[in-house]
Design a binder for this molecule. Structure first.
Ligand SMILES: Cc1cc2nc3c(=O)[nH]c(=O)nc-3n(C[C@H](O)[C@H](O)[C@H](O)COP(=O)(O)OP(=O)(O)OC[C@H]3O[C@@H](n4cnc5c(N)ncnc54)[C@H](O)[C@@H]3O)c2cc1C
Length: 499
């Protein structure tokens, strides 16, 4: 069978259902369910903490083929796979895992790519513990879930390392219509891939000089090596998607310029690049950064390789990071790697409410990050030159739940205290990027500047204009952005067929 055929949606239908059922039954019989239940979950091999805090290389080293096959044997191939229901892009998880068990890695990757064009990325950054793995039926049997994310990452890495991308270009049919995707983050890349597979001519416009959105400028290399990102973006390009960087829609060209150039549908995947601040005294001092700027300097401008690259990273001995999500974990772990002697997280709720991925919190703790819960800065303190020298913090306690359903932090009177700090990174959330969306007449926006859409189709208030990812949700996750992209692609196809 030709390789490209395997990437077409509907592959499963083309294989005889009966044949697949028999094949799986035989595979299941080879190892009894009882035996499968006794195999322990394989731990992800990692760089030791003392070594990794001195480099920007990936912390997780990946499974070997043997480990992956054995981990795949833990999957019971149950009749009612909760894991698929827990995946926002509905990857056929049991089937790809059974292909790994059988050693048919090409087929495993093809199966994943039917619904997910970024498997090496998702295998690394998705919060599997609250999605697919949470719903694994092994959990009901009192066992650890199958390491679905590690297996997804394994199969994507294994094949791209062995054979680069052994695929033929996608088959774009220019008469089907031209689609403009604004933003090359995971939502934009996903909608672009799905529409290119359907034969549309898709151009992704990206404001920055490299594609990938947060995957390129936000998530550090020690979690997501850039060659992995480039390899997955090359896969999307190979489907026929054109990516134009250094192109700000709304400045380089307006949406109406693009309409005149023949684009008949739009997807706005402009993300949530607007950093939030606390609006407390001293926030303008030198040495107080938004996480967005701090991480962009390091990830995109390669500050950690100064002077080989032009942009320096702010050097600091005592670093305070304010926040408890993935962004805060990335910033604090980056500061350690840049030589901070002390790197402290200040979070206003308790550990139980921290939104960061469990693995990121564990890694940060192993690396020596100090966590200060139920604490919030109330002002930054500067020296005579306007440079940050410290912060005044206040202790909090947890009260009744707020609108988010989480307990509201309540100040403890008289609990203020001072700490010495020479770099503070504010990582308390982002809101949607306003540059483009505020320029589009008639586009309905929500309270936080988010694009309002129909949640089934991702259609905005304007015909032919769709949106998804963080531009709609505020700061969310890679896989939710991708799920939005998939839904939007279906709806755009339907919309253009009617035109
Ligand atoms: C530091 C950090 C760590 C994170 N870690 C995780 C994690 O571990 N797991 C996880 O699931 N999620 C994580 N997230 C969240 C996740 O990365 C985002 O939810 C996801 O990237 C959103 O995708 P998106 O496509 O909506 O937008 P983005 O990834 O934000 O991409 C939007 C793109 O649009 C471009 N753009 C904006 N306006 C224009 C314009 N007018 N013209 C052209 N281009 C434009 C921007 O330059 C950007 O490249 C993290 C976020 C951050 C900031």
């Amino acid at each position: 069978m030709k390789k490209t055929e395997l990437f077409e949606p509907g592959l499963t239908e083309r294989l005889s259902r009966e044949r697949e059922k028999d094949w799986r039954k035989n595979l299941r019989r080879e190892i009894s369910a009882q035996k499968r239940l006794t195999i322990p979950r394989h731990k992800m091999p990692e760089q030791p903490p003392a070594q990794r805090i001195r480099n920007f290389l990936e912390v997780n080293l990946g499974y070997s083929l043997e480990m992956a096959k054995e981990e795949a044997q833990r999957c019971l191939d149950c009749g009612n796979p909760g894991c698929v229901a827990g995946c926002p892009v509905a990857i056929d998880i049991p089937t790809f895992i059974k292909y790994i068990e059988a050693g048919e890695l090409d087929k495993a990757l093809d199966k994943i790519r039917e619904t997910n064009g970024l498997p090496a990325i998702c295998g690394r950054v998705c919060p599997q513990e609250v999605q697919c793995e949470k719903n694994c039926n092994l959990v009901k049997a009192g066992k650890e879930p199958v390491a679905i994310g590690h297996l997804e990452r394994f199969v994507a890495d294994y094949l791209s390392l062995r054979s680069e991308l052994n695929i033929e270009p996608g088959c774009v049919n220019s008469s089907r219509g031209k689609i403009a995707v604004v933003g090359s983050g995971p939502s934009g890349l996903t909608v672009a891939a799905d529409l290119a597979r359907l034969g549309y001519q898709v151009t992704v416009f990206e404001a920055l000089h490299v594609p990938g959105g947060v995957l390129a400028y936000g998530i550090p290399e020690f979690r997501l090596p850039r060659e992995i990102l480039h390899s997955e973006i090359n896969f999307i390009r190979s489907l026929g998607v054109e990516i134009k960087t250094n192109f700000i829609v709304g400045k380089t060209a307006s949406p109406s310029d693009l309409r005149e150039a023949g684009y008949s549908a739009f997807f706005l995947g402009t993300g949530a690049g607007l950093p939030g601040f606390m609006n407390i005294p001293g926030e303008n001092l030198l040495g107080v950064y938004s996480a967005n700027e701090y991480l962009t300097r390091v990830n995109l401008m390669k500050a950690f390789r100064f002077p080989d690259f032009d942009t320096p990273a702010p050097a600091a001995r005592k670093v305070a990071v304010i926040g408890g999500g993935n962004v805060a974990m990335d910033a604090v772990r980056t500061a350690l790697r840049l030589g901070a002697a002390e790197a402290v997280i200040y979070y206003r709720r308790s550990r139980a409410e921290m939104p960061a991925r469990v693995e990121e919190i564990r890694h940060a703790e192993e690396e020596g990050v100090v966590f200060n819960f139920l604490t919030v800065p109330v002002r930054f303190l500067g020296d005579e030159k306007g440079r940050l020298r410290g912060m005044v913090l206040q202790r909090l306690t947890l009260g009744e739940p707020d609108a988010s359903g989480r307990p509201r932090p309540v100040p403890v009177p008289g609990s203020e205290f001072e700490v010495e700090v020479d770099l503070a990174v504010v990582a308390i959330g982002q809101s949607p990027n306003p540059l483009l969306v505020k320029q589009v007449d008639g586009l309905k926006l929500g309270r936080w500047g988010n694009v309002e859409v129909d949640s089934e189709t991702m259609a905005s208030s304007l015909p032919g204009v769709y949106a998804g990812g963080d531009a709609v949700r505020g700061g969310a996750t890679v896989i939710l952005a991708m799920g939005d992209g998939r839904r939007a692609a279906k709806a755009i196809d339907k919309f253009l067929r009617k035109c």
